[in-house]
Design a protein around this ligand. Structure first.
Ligand code: ASP
Length: 339
């Protein structure tokens, strides 16, 4: 029996049309391009259904509302398909692949998010390979995870970051090896793939509208700026700090702004600006001062995953203490716990 894959087409370069003003998403255009690809009809390919979203979006316009729409869409079609491919713009793809694993609780089928740097309508494009391989993985590999497939690498979605604005290998997961690599063969690193919990039913956990934010430290950052960001009604902040999580501990006004916010119940999570490695707030005085101000470690989570996790946890209605605890636990493979 041929496998069945559901394609959720949200927008992005892969299906865009060339116009005088540059590439734009155009309704029906991706389907037209796919109809003209004989390889998609080959018996070795799964059967698929394309659901085009309206409006199609450049992913720069995506918000958590669109993450919810994608999660619901997968939930609504979950039983009828063997796997799912989400076609998505590359710009905020890593945010979406960070949020979906939290929202698709108990996922037991592959969800492969992909797109391209050059649209399918161009003679030389990366969309064709990304689309065909995503379909094959979604149909034939028992990977119960949200993954990002791009440029020959299958990455855990909640570990992925966009690392190139124009390369075909546009994504990486610097703190965990790829779940798979694609060359002559599709090779899956099965030791890394998460095991489905037997008999757990997939449940879509929607997002509410908590107030969360992210802020990147930079030399000379004014404490007033921090204070303004941390004002009510803010509930959670991803603080993108230096190196192993350090910040300017000589600046008492900066530390006071953090302390004031955490004592009001704002969850401040420290993630590193470095692509690789983990936060360790005990290594330097410039880190331990942040910990004393009530900031918690995000360990090796990406800022994308930390932000998505804050959205998810606050949407569950958890209080400050529970959100802090859950932020420091691995829920979906988003962080490495070393002790
Ligand atoms: N701006 C596009 C988007 O994110 C870029 C892409 O798809 O590659 O939708």
């Amino acid at each position: 029996m041929r496998k069945r894959v559901y394609i959720a087409y949200t927008g992005g370069t892969i299906g865009m049309k060339r116009t005088r003003a540059g590439y734009v998403p155009a309704s029906g255009y991706l389907q037209q391009q796919m109809d003209a690809m004989p390889e998609l009809k080959h018996p070795s390919m799964p059967l698929f259904h394309v659901h085009e979203y309206a409006p199609l979006l450049d992913s720069s316009n995506m918000t958590p509302r669109e993450w919810v729409a994608i999660a619901r869409d997968i939930g609504d079609h979950y039983d009828g398909y063997d796997g799912f491919v989400v076609l998505h713009g590359t710009d905020t793809m890593a945010y979406t692949t960070s949020a979906l694993p939290f929202m698709l609780n108990g996922l037991g089928k592959p969800v492969i998010v992909s797109g391209s740097q050059i649209p399918l309508c161009e003679v030389r494009n990366d969309g064709r390979e990304n689309l065909i391989t995503s379909l094959l993985i979604a149909a034939n590999y028992d990977i119960p995870e949200v993954c990002l497939y791009f440029g020959g690498r299958l990455l855990r979605g909640c570990r992925a970051v966009k690392v190139s604005a124009d390369g075909f290998a546009a994504f990486a997961s610097p703190n965990v090896p790829p779940l798979g690599t694609v060359g002559i063969d599709i090779e899956i690193n099965w030791d890394l793939v998460r095991k489905p919990r037997p008999r757990q039913k997939m449940r879509v956990e929607e997002l509410a509208s908590p107030v969360v934010s992210a802020l990147r430290l930079f030399p000379g950052i004014a404490p007033e700026l921090i204070r303004n960001v941390l004002r009510p009604p803010l509930q959670g902040l991803v603080l993108e700090a230096y190196g192993v999580g350090n910040g300017p501990d000589h600046d008492q006004a900066f530390l006071a702004a953090l302390t004031d916010a955490t004592s009001r119940g704002v969850v401040i999570v420290d993630c590193t600006q470095c692509l690789e490695g983990t936060v360790d707030l005990a290594e330097y005085a410039a880190g331990s001062a942040l910990a004393r101000a009530g900031v918690i470690s995000g360990f090796d989570m990406t800022a994308e995953a930390a932000l998505a996790k804050l959205y998810y946890l606050f949407s569950r209605g958890y209080g400050f203490g529970k959100v802090k605890r859950e932020m420091q636990r691995d829920l979906r493979g988003e962080m490495t716990i070393t002790d």
